[in-house]
Ligand binder design. Sequence first.
Ligand code: ADE
Length: 264
Amino acid sequence: MKVPSKKTLHIGVLGAMPEEVGNLVSCLNNIEKIEHGDLKIFSGEINIDKNETHKVYLSISWSGWGKVSSARAATRLIGHKYEDLPLDLLLFTGVAGSVCEKVKQWDIVLANNLIQYDLDASPLFQRFIIPVLNKDKLTPNKYWYDWIFETIKANLNNKNLDRFKKLHSGQIGTGDKFISNKNEVLGLKKLLPKLKAVEMEGCSVAQVAQQEGVPWVILRVISDSANETAPQDFNDFLKIYNKISPLLVKIIVDNCLKSPKFIT
Ligand code: ADE
């Protein structure tokens, strides 16, 4: 396969479940499929530049739930085409449970920082500190984060994303647990009052990307409120979200010609 090298942007798109990535793969040209055991990576070019002076190459995968599976998939995506076309951005997209009154179902949360709320190496390290990075909160690359925030905001205003509701920026907590208990949320909020949403993969993907020196952004859509109705809300939500999820990534990708890589 010929991988274009000039003015080509390579974005890795990762979700936990196929429903979170939807049929984005069908937007690619000359699809290449690579398998590593049970992990599949689909890659190809996506047409966004009529003049074809700039090219966008996507590598898409879904990891399975949880920190281990997502860290493994992130590592594979980063390694994919590492020599010829290293990733310019690793974008993780999927659903999350809200732990904040103001953050509702169908709202979008773009993480301005993430924490692994179940990581505790105390007393050797303070609670939540990721020992290898000596940090508790991971923050995304500013340029990519700002650009994605502005892209989503503009498209919400133009009603191109009319199924989605508000856009929030804030802290997302990652842990190996599906939370469906209000008391558990209250306990977490005591420790982390700024927490807006919980999920099971974002901060592990961010950690891998950070350690590998790859810019990353974590984007979540609220499916439930991490309370007792969360399992049912989550399942009902996914049935609809499945059809809409590619739109969010497509809007980001379609705007790529204005991305930091092409502007700078
Ligand atoms: N992803 C979506 N909803 C979630 C929840 N309630 N807990 C953890 N991960 C989630």
